[in-house]
Design a protein around this ligand. Structure first.
Ligand code: 5AD
Ligand code: FES
Length: 357
């Protein structure tokens, strides 16, 4: 590692911020030694805030139907080969009940932008989960909606919302999405979510087509200034039925590096070691935790639909029962010195916006 890179890492640790040009430099000129130093500092920060606790979030993939056509995504509307399903309210509730029995205190309802889930239907599902499990947090990850819709879902009891920004560069955004989608609307959604009081998650795919160190620098600056409570980053993985089928996947190395950088920027952020990271490397999630992540998201979807929620090729955890996924992660965390904890794991209260009315 050059003296310059060591200096940038020290500055990042101290100030939790770098000018955009220096983020780009750090990404561009990184090497193994720099990654090791960053990971050590990130692990230290994470330990100071969270000890050796790793939070679990139960992921329920409620629909593979999507009206959008994001170029990278396997469940894009334009993929005629994608197998479509939609869970009923009863099925979703059954997944949550099973999850609660396994110790989960957060349920993440994720799905494509499926018009079936009107505010009324989705609010009903959120209410039902909160009624039955008042001690649990409900996180939604259902894409772009109107401010009114986000508000209705918040009033119904949703606590958190995940909506990756995907890229902070408008030109790059346009290369990854169809013309009907806009960077401006994505930013509007994120602003609305935060203003309404959601604990808000954003994030990117690492190694998405056309991504450069300069674009990643914009992402890091966006993450620094937006201050999300959660940040989901995982490698881009090509899906055989998308136009990006021949593009290379994002690397383990760069994903781990960015996890460490993000932990230094936002010591309190909830940072998952994602399923995509576990897909590109057999120990990807363990390595993610060691690099600074502090959340894992085992799959609680009914086993019968898991293969159909295929955002990218070769996704892991599609054959396992929910209990198996939980036990598997427990067994992966123990040998590296971490333990799964079952509390809700909210973002620190002082960071949050005004209470629900
Ligand atoms: N590879 C990796 N991640 C993907 N996502 C969608 N398609 C892919 C892919 N091919 C991610 C997006 C989205 C999240 C739900 O899944 O970042 O926000
Ligand atoms: Fe799902 Fe390991 S976490 S099988």
């Amino acid at each position: 590692m050059t003296e310059r890179i060591r200096e940038l890492i020290r500055k990042l640790e101290r100030e939790r911020s770098l000018p955009e040009a220096e983020y780009a430099e750090l990404v561009r000129d990184r090497d193994e030694e720099a990654a090791e130093l960053l990971a050590a500092l990130a692990a230290e920060k994470r330990k100071a805030v969270f000890g050796n606790a790793v939070y679990i979030r139960g992921l329920i993939e409620i629909s593979s139907i999507c009206k959008n056509n994001c170029l990278y995504c396997g469940i894009r509307q334009g993929n005629p080969c994608a197998e479509r399903y939609r869970l009923t309210a009863e099925e979703i509730l059954a997944c949550a009940n099973e999850g609660a029995g396994l110790g989960f205190r957060t349920f993440v309802l994720q799905g494509g932008e499926d018009p079936y889930y009107t505010d009324e239907r989705l609010s009903g599902i959120v209410r039902a989960i909160k009624e039955r499990h008042p001690d649990c947090a409900v996180t939604l990850s259902m894409g772009e909606r109107s401010r009114e819709s986000y508000e209705a879902l918040y009033v119904a009891g949703a606590d958190r919302y995940l909506l990756r920004h995907e890229t902070a560069d408008p030109g790059h955004y346009a290369l990854l999405h169809p013309r009907e989608m806009s960077f401006e609307n994505r930013m509007r959604c994120l602003r609305d979510l935060k203003e309404l009081g959601y604990q808000t998650g954003t994030g990117i795919m690492v190694g998405s087509p056309y991504q450069t160190p300069e674009i990643l620098a914009k992402d890091l600056k966006f993450i620094e200034t937006f201050r999300p409570e959660m940040c989901g980053i995982g490698p881009f993985i090509p899906h055989r039925h998308t136009c990006f089928r021949d593009e290379p996947a994002g690397t383990l190395e760069l994903t781990l590096f960015l996890l460490s950088v993000i932990r230094l920027i936002l010591p309190e952020v909830l940072l998952p070691a994602t399923t995509a990271l576990g897909t590109i490397h057999p120990r990807g999630r363990e390595l993610g935790i060691l690099a600074g992540a502090n959340v894992v998201m085992p799959n609680l979807s009914p086993v019968g639909v898991r293969k159909k929620y295929e955002l990218y090729d070769n996704k892991i955890c599609t054959g396992e029962e929910s209990a198996q996924c939980r036990d598997c992660l427990e067994a992966r965390m123990r040998p590296i010195g971490y333990r799964l904890v079952t509390d809700r794991g909210d973002a620190p209260v002082w960071k949050r916006e005004p209470a629900r009315t």
